[in-house]
Write a protein that binds this ligand. Structure first.
Ligand code: HEM
Length: 413
């Protein structure tokens, strides 16, 4: 994450304060007006060029002059930390031809059939989690306690992480441990110590999992990836472990925030919620509108220039980091009229919440499936679902990449 920052003389126009985390869209709206391609310093000190208008973001995401393999930016004698070295040789840090090779292999294992086949399991996991929430609320009511639940902790987080663990073939008995590690990896932005400990634990776990699946293959993605790699010499052990790491992290953090922030968006837009309840056929389109509207990611992952690159009429010098603000693009009135309004009947096609170009989200079909099942079940089971706190009191996590709530207290009835 912006670990190797080029030292340049570029003037820094945008200094984003800590309030950026609480309301990134307000910053982005200003930038779209005043400096749509501008050098900025993020609240955590990272510096990068921010691209904020829809057309520029889409063009930048598809521009081969914006690279991702950070080894090209590193000094010649630079050696990665061994744990990082084992977890980071994945799609989001690769450029063609490595990216093309890795993407082909994982696409072979992550088939549409495998994703569609997951629907019954996603529905069953959803039902089990909602049963547990209902039972807890019943006990709370009987004992006269507060009848609120944190929808993030009890539903939005466990659903995607359970699904991704099942997809990969991580045994149920190990899933709790896994949740804790992956939470530590993501929560530890700027804390190398806890990232390293959790990363090392995951690396050790994946190494033994791969050995076990090699000995006893099953109908899961780890086995499919091993089969793909063993059929040629095109995916080495480091790339295999890094791929599993990426799938696990990318597979749940984002979806968690689609579910939690999407629920918040519906609860704070009661007319749209009522419209969706009265016409469930709107649901698939509404999931895309919620993705456009809530944006589980503020921006795509980092890219960098190796030569001067012009974007939107501005020349970004060589060896600069670039962040494409996908959340900003999705709120650009030039592309989505009245973009700051939620409209569950809108055609949100063309939104960039899943990115664009060669790194377009590999898990988009799975994320859409989980969103449909999760919102469908929440709305049909809890017709009186409501927020238990004033929305202005809700807090967003301190992460520039991930836009996610800290908690989402709700009442079921
Ligand atoms: C709402 C949920 C999700 C959102 C908003 C989302 C968003 C994104 C975005 C914006 C990118 C492109 C990043 C870039 O260009 O820098 C991406 C890539 C990726 N996503 Fe997702 N994602 C979601 C769910 C998932 C799931 C469920 C999985 C896996 C099971 C997944 C796996 C990946 C992978 C492997 C990549 C890298 C693709 C590549 O570099 O070729 N994502 N995602």
């Amino acid at each position: 994450m912006l670990a190797v920052v080029a030292d340049t003389e570029v003037p820094l126009a945008g200094q984003l304060g800590a309030d950026f985390y609480q309301n990134p869209l307000a910053y982005f709206a200003r930038m779209r007006d005043e400096g749509p391609v501008t050098p900025a310093v993020l609240p955590n000190g990272q510096r990068a060029w921010l691209v904020t208008r829809y057309a520029d973001v889409r063009a930048a995401l598809a521009d081969p002059r914006l690279h991702k393999d950070w080894r090209k930016m590193a000094p010649p004698d630079w050696e990665p930390d061994p744990v990082n070295g084992y977890l980071s040789v994945h799609l989001l840090n690769a450029d063609p031809p490595d990216h093309t090779r890795l993407r082909k292999l994982v696409t072979k294992a992550f088939t549409a059939r495998r994703v569609a086949g997951l629907r019954p399991r996603v529905e069953a996991i959803t039902a089990t989690l909602l049963d547990a929430i209902e039972a807890r609320v019943a006990v709370l009511q009987e004992t006269g306690g507060e009848d609120t639940v944190d929808l993030l902790d009890s539903f939005a987080f466990p659903l995607p992480v359970t699904v991704i663990c099942e997809l990969l073939g991580i045994p149920a008995k190990d899933q709790d441990e896994f949740r804790a590690w992956s939470n530590a990896v993501v929560a530890s932005e700027g804390e190398p110590g806890s990232f390293r400990a959790a990363g090392l634990a995951m690396f050790n776990y994946f190494t033994s999992l791969v050995a076990a699946k090699r000995a006893n293959p099953a109908d899961d993605m780890v086995s499919a990836l091993i089969a793909a790699s063993d059929s040629g010499d095109s995916l080495d052990e480091r790339e295999l472990i890094s791929m599993l790491f990426l799938l696990l992290i990318a597979g749940h953090e984002t979806t968690t925030n689609l579910i939690a922030s999407g629920a918040l968006a519906l609860l704070t837009n009661p007319a749209e919620l009522a419209r969706l309840r009265s016409d469930p056929a709107l649901l698939p389109g509404a999931v895309d509108e919620l993705l456009r509207f809530v944006n589980p990611l503020n921006h795509a992952t980092e890219r960098f220039t190796l030569e001067p690159v012009e974007i939107g009429g501005v020349t970004i010098p060589a060896r600069e980091w670039v962040l494409c603000a996908t959340a900003s693009a999705n709120h650009d009135d030039g592309r989505f009229p009245a973009a700051d309004q939620l409209d569950v009947g809108r055609d949100a096609g063309g939104h960039v919440a899943f990115g664009h170009g060669i790194h377009y989200c590999l898990g988009a079909p799975l994320a859409r499936l989980e969103g449909e099942v999760a919102f469908g079940a929440l709305l049909s089971r809890f017709p009186s679902l409501s927020l238990a706190v004033d929305p202005s009191s809700l807090r967003w996590r301190h992460s520039s990449l991930i836009h996610g709530l800290e908690t989402l207290p709700v009442r079921l009835r």
